[in-house]
Design a protein around this ligand. Structure first.
Ligand code: NAD
Ligand code: IPM
Ligand code: MN
Length: 338
C-alpha cells in the first residue's frame, strides 16, 4: 500500500488529476490517495497558498502528485510549488522531452532528459526594490551544482544515455555560472574514472546556443543539466518540440521525497472546459511509479497511453482531436486495466 498525497490545485490541475487518479485506481497496486490543498483558491479560502498540513502530508507520504496551481500575484506570497520544492528538499527536477507516436510534433524521435537544478539560482527569492527599480540575487553554490551534476551522471547511466551536457552562461555570469561550470567538470572528471561511466561523453553549451540547437539539432543532447531558470525555460521549449505542454511530465526528487507534476500550469484559457490533455499528468504518474520501484506498472501505464495516442481516436484538441479529458483518460484506463 502506497500513501500518496494528492494536490489537485487550480484551473486544469483538478481536471487532469481526476482523470489520472481514475486510471491509477484501476492498477493492481494499492494506493491510499490523500487530498491536500495548495494554490490560488486555497489562498483565497484560507489566507495561505500552502497550509503546513499539506507540507506535513507530503513529507510523510510515499510520494506526492501535484496538478497545477495559479500563482498568487507576485508581491503577496511565494509560489506554493516553489515552497513545496524547497520544504521537501526536492533539489532535482527531471524533465523528459520525449516524442510519442501519433502526436504531431516538430520531432517524432526525441528522448532527451533535461535536468533542472531545483533549489537555487534566480529562484533564491532574494529580491529587493531599489531606488531605480529592483534587483534579484542569483545564488549558485558548489554544493548544489555538484549535487545536480551527480544526478545527471547517474540518470544518464540508468537510462543508457551516452552524453551529458552542461548548459550555462558562464561568459557573462562569470562568477555564478563559473561555479556551476567548474562544479560540473569536477564531477565529470570523477565519473570519467569509473568503469561504468567511461563511455559517457561530456560537453557544454552556452544557454543561448543550446536554445537554438534544441530547435535545429536536438540530437546533440541526451542529458542536459542546467541551472534553475534556464531549466524552466528550456523545458517548455523542449515540450514545444514534442507536442506541447500537454505532453511534458516532470519529477521533483530529493533525498527523502518525490513530487510528480506536469510541466504545464493551470491553463486559465481552457480551464473548466474539460478539454485539457491529461497525458502530462499521466506521464508524471509513470515517473512516480518508477520512483516507487514499480517499473512494470509504470511501463504498463505508459504503453496504455501510447496505445491511445497511436489509435488517434480519443485525443484532446491540443493533439488535433475532439475528445474531452475524461474520454481520453477513459480510453487509457480501459487498456491499462486489461
Ligand atoms: P500554462 O502552462 O498554464 O499554459 C500555457 C499554454 O499551454 C496555454 O495556452 C494552455 O492552454 C496550454 N496548456 C497547458 N497545459 C495544457 C494541457 N494539459 N492541455 C492542453 N493545453 C495545455 O502557462 P501560463 O498560461 O503561462 O500560466 C498559467 C498559470 O499557471 C500562471 O498562474 C502560472 O504561474 C501557473 N503555472 C503553474 C505551474 C505549476 O503549477 N507547476 C507551472 C507553470 C505555470
Ligand atoms: C514550472 C513553473 C514554476 C517554475 C512556476 C509556477 C513557479 O513554471 O514548474 O515550470 O517556475 O518553476
Ligand atoms: Mn515553467
Amino acid at each position: 500500500m502506497y500513501t500518496i498525497t494528492v494536490i489537485p490545485g487550480d484551473g486544469i490541475g483538478p481536471e487532469v488529476m481526476g482523470a489520472t487518479l481514475d486510471i491509477l485506481k484501476a492498477s493492481d497496486l494499492e494506493f491510499d490517495f490523500q487530498e491536500a490543498r495548495a494554490g490560488y483558491a486555497c489562498f483565497e479560502d484560507t489566507g495561505t497558498n500552502l497550509p503546513d498540513e499539506t507540507v506535513e502530508m507530503a513529507k510523510n507520504s510515499d510520494a506526492t502528485l501535484f496538478g497545477a496551481v495559479t500563482s498568487v500575484p507576485e508581491q503577496k506570497t511565494v509560489g506554493s510549488i516553489l515552497a513545496l520544492r524547497k520544504k521537501l528538499g526536492l533539489y532535482a527536477n527531471l524533465r523528459p522531452v520525449k516524442s510519442y507516436p501519433g502526436v504531431k510534433a516538430v520531432y517524432d524521435d526525441l528522448d532527451i532528459l533535461i535536468i533542472r537544478e531545483n533549489s537555487e539560482g534566480l529562484y533564491s527569492e532574494i529580491e529587493e526594490y531599489t531606488e531605480e527599480g529592483a534587483t534579484a540575487l542569483r545564488v549558485i553554490t558548489r554544493k548544489a551544482s555538484e549535487r545536480i551534476s551527480h544526478v545527471a551522471f547517474t540518470e544518464a547511466l540508468k537510462r543508457g544515455k551516452k552524453r551529458v551536457t552542461a548548459v550555462h552562461k558562464a561568459n557573462v555570469l562569470r562568477k555564478t555560472d563559473g561555479v556551476f561550470r567548474d562544479s560540473f567538470w569536477k564531477v565529470a572528471s570523477e565519473y570519467n574514472q569509473m568503469d561504468d561511466y567511461r563511455d559517457i561523453e561530456t560537453d557544454e553549451f552556452y544557454v543561448d546556443a543550446a536554445a537554438m540547437f534544441l530547435v535545429t539539432d536536438p540530437y546533440r543532447f541526451q542529458v542536459l543539466v542546467t541551472t534553475n531558470l534556464f531549466g524552466d525555460i528550456l523545458s517548455d521549449e523542449g515540450a514545444g518540440l514534442v507536442g506541447g505542454l500537454g505532453m511534458a511530465p516532470s519529477a521533483n526528487i530529493g533525498d527523502n521525497n518525490g513530487l510528480f507534476e506536469p510541466v504545464h500550469g493551470s491553463a486559465p484559457d481552457i480551464a473548466g472546459k474539460g478539454v485539457a490533455n491529461p497525458a502530462a499528468m499521466i506521464l508524471s504518474a509513470c515517473l512516480m511509479l518508477n520512483f516507487l520501484g514499480e517499473h512494470q506498472e509504470a511501463f504498463k501505464l505508459e504503453e496504455a497511453l501510447i496505445n491511445v495516442l497511436e489509435q488517434g481516436k480519443y485525443l484532446t484538441p491540443d493533439l488535433g482531436g475532439t475528445s474531452t479529458t475524461e474520454e481520453m483518460a477513459r480510453a487509457v484506463r480501459e487498456i491499462f486495466e486489461k
